[in-house]
Design a protein around this ligand. Sequence first.
Ligand code: PMP
Ligand code: GLU
Length: 399
Amino acid sequence: MSLIAERLKTVRPSETKAMTARAAELREQGADVITLSQGEPDFETPLPVCEAGIQAIRDGRTKYTAVAGIKPLREAIRKTFSRDHGLDYSIDQITVGCGAKQVVFNALFASLDTGDEVVIPAPCWVSYPDMVLLAGGKPVLVSCDEAHGFKLRLAALEAAITSRTKWLMLNSPSNPTGAVYSRNELLALAAVLRRHPHVHVLSDDIYEKLTYGCEFATMAAVAPDLYGRTLTINGVSKADAMTGWRVGYGAGPLALIKAINLVQSQTSSHTSSIAQYAAVEALSGGRDHVREFARAFLQRRDLVVAKLNQAEGLSCRLPDGAFYAFPSCAGLIGKRTPDGKVIETDTDFAMYLLDAFAVAVVPGSGFMASPYIRISYASSLEDLTRACDRILAACATLS
Ligand code: PMP
Ligand code: GLU
């Protein structure tokens, strides 16, 4: 009998984590690797937020908290939803977890019976399909072509829904494509969902604050009649440069939030008390830093996309949000490296970039879309410039 569960056999390791770990290993061996493989802002957590964490320690707020999260944090989240989107939740409809990642997982674990289906527009974040598998569900990937802005088409959504569909996952702005659904596009999807009242919406809005020249919209606000079957997930990791603090949250129907809290009560209990107090400050303090970060990301996006489009064999759309560029490397497939190795897949190209040019990116296959690579531009302009120069040089060596 195998020690490792059968269930894990189909689950892949997180490709973002795997590439970042490989880059770290090379760096430890002395290589000057530029790591653009993980979606993590390079900014420091804003000082007032850090101070709030330190103050929480000084005040002895170092004990277990309520499973759903401390009340002041859920109150700050309630106000944020109400102020930013006119979304009205009671604090019992809000749960806080160890990052948005855990809230997504808890929601799937709390809701999926074996074989229940989850419609996932692809390209998608690496973790969605595998989280569905871990929870015993069946990921139903719906391919969204670049020609349609990597967005879900109505007919494709309609065709993917069956009597077993429990969730549609939406992630706008998207990791990895940066695609942002407009209000009207969400309304069109809502019209399809109205015909299928058994389908719920998991709206992962973690990149909400990072849009460039377009407006963010979220399903529960755009289609109030779907409010009762939508779980809206967000957090402070990306917008507030707080990835390591591990605070994310979800708001939705009371029965679902109770089920998520039940899962959490038997697993992690809650995220760190100290991090929760820091997150209160992040959400209710000035938040000017969020606008500053977004301005910096816009400048980085423009630099990276312009440079990538100069590379022989790459072509990159201008993403409307998040902090990822997702160029196609179709023009490189079939080419040879100076050593004679044929680049057959996006993984081959990503490995060539890492091994020969010391730049870590993630192959599109991790995001269920090939041949692409994902480049996180949440790094300094200097690093991005050096990395893009290396990518250009790498492409130029292929023949
Ligand atoms: N959703 C998406 C689409 C993401 O890219 C990430 C990044 N890790 C998360 C959720 C999870 O974020 P957190 O760090 O809050 O767990
Ligand atoms: N979401 C980020 C990424 O896609 C962080 C790493 C992870 O949790 O996958 O790179």
